[in-house]
Design a protein around this ligand. Structure first.
Ligand SMILES: Nc1nc2c(ncn2[C@@H]2O[C@H](COP(=O)(O)OP(=O)(O)O)[C@@H](O)[C@H]2O)c(=O)[nH]1
Ligand SMILES: [Mg+2]
Ligand SMILES: [Zn+2]
Length: 317
């Protein structure tokens, strides 16, 4: 656990705050390398650096910060996280967002979305103990709508909330559709580029662009304007007590940080079949009496998800 090192060597109790120590709680609203944009409990926002070159903080993290004046601060310690969403390859794990309750994956029929990427994201989200939903965007386009309908039906039948919206052409209906689900939570938005994630963020958070510009300015001209994740408050008239985290569009989503068993258990329709194969070490490809393959062949579980799962397992080795 990378985050525990510093806390363990910190003599102050984790709950120490205020005048005695000169620190106050804050939240990471955006992160870029070793620099963080924080909001203190006093609601002032400032740029912060970490001690000891630590880079293991991410958007959503709760920290203790010490103001240094001139809009600067130093992060003294990291509070325990309720959740942590990550992605990984064979070499490293990247932090996406901390302390989020929910995740919405934005998909659309035009351009066609990658269902393998959607599955990878859902597997990571659910294994992290985060509630998932799917936002099907561009419903104003009949062709996009038709292309996506059979697939969203599968996810609805698996129990995922599916919100059908047109973020560009009907932002007010989009806000009405998502408002209740967002209320009282912190939600991270994920999706491939081109699906309409920025359009959706702008529909939910009208000052998102202005706030992003302010952060870019604090960092120095034009840096990273579209490549960092940001946490925004959703206006109360759209959803009360709601926050969303916008993320850059991912073209890949590695699951190397999960075990094969974790990936298998995140396939909702597989769960009732696990342990029913003839062989304990069944890979669910071509072994005789594989309960999962048989269910796919009989049409009891979705064939495409079954095939894409095998493809994901091949990729993850
Ligand atoms: N027809 C239609 N186009 C949309 C909608 N939402 C976004 N788009 C368009 O899709 C393209 C990609 O949108 P953008 O928000 O930049 O996607 P991102 O890469 O996921 O952030 C842009 O040309 C948008 O105008 C929608 O609801 N309907
Ligand atoms: Mg975008
Ligand atoms: Zn099997």
């Amino acid at each position: 656990m990378p985050s525990s090192d510093e806390a363990a060597t910190d003599p102050r109790p984790a709950t120490a705050t205020g005048a005695a120590t000169g620190t106050e709680p804050g939240r990471v609203l955006a992160s870029f390398g070793r620099q963080y944009w924080l909001r203190a409990r006093s609601r002032s926002e400032r740029l912060a650096v970490t001690r000891g070159k630590r880079t293991d903080l991410c958007v959503g993290d709760e920290v203790e910060l010490r103001a240094l004046g001139a809009g600067q601060a130093v992060v003294e310690s990291l509070h325990a996280r309720t959740t942590l969403l990550t992605r990984s390859d064979a070499w490293r794990t990247r932090l996406i967002a901390a302390n989020v309750d929910r995740a919405a994956v934005v998909v659309a029929g035009e351009p066609p979305f990658s269902e393998e990427l959607l599955m990878r994201m859902l597997i990571a989200i659910e294994t992290a103990g985060i509630e998932a939903a799917i936002v099907a965007n561009k419903m104003d386009r009949p062709a996009a709508r038709e292309a996506i309908a059979p697939r969203t039906a599968v996810y609805r039948s698996l129990g995922y909330p599916v919100f059908e919206v047109s973020a560009l052409t009907d932002p007010s209906a989009t806000r009405a559709s998502l408002g209740d689900w967002l209320a009282g939570r912190t939600t991270v938005l994920l999706g491939e580029s081109g699906m309409g994630k920025s359009t959706l963020v702008n529909a939910l958070v009208p000052d998102a662009q202005a706030r992003t510009n302010a952060i870019s300015q604090a960092l120095g001209t034009g840096r990273h304007t579209t490549t960092f994740s940001r946490l925004f408050d959703v206006p109360a008239h759209t959803a009360s007590d709601a926050r969303i985290v916008d993320t850059p569009g991912f073209q890949t989503y590695g699951l190397n940080h999960l075990s094969p068993s974790q990936r298998l258990h995140a396939m909702r329709e597989f769960v009732a079949l696990i342990g029913r194969c003839r062989f304990n070490d069944c890979t669910h490809r071509d072994e005789p009496d594989c309960a999962i393959r048989s269910a796919a062949q009989r049409g009891e579980i979705d064939g495409l998800r079954y095939r894409l799962f095998l493809q994901i397992e091949t990729g993850e080795g």
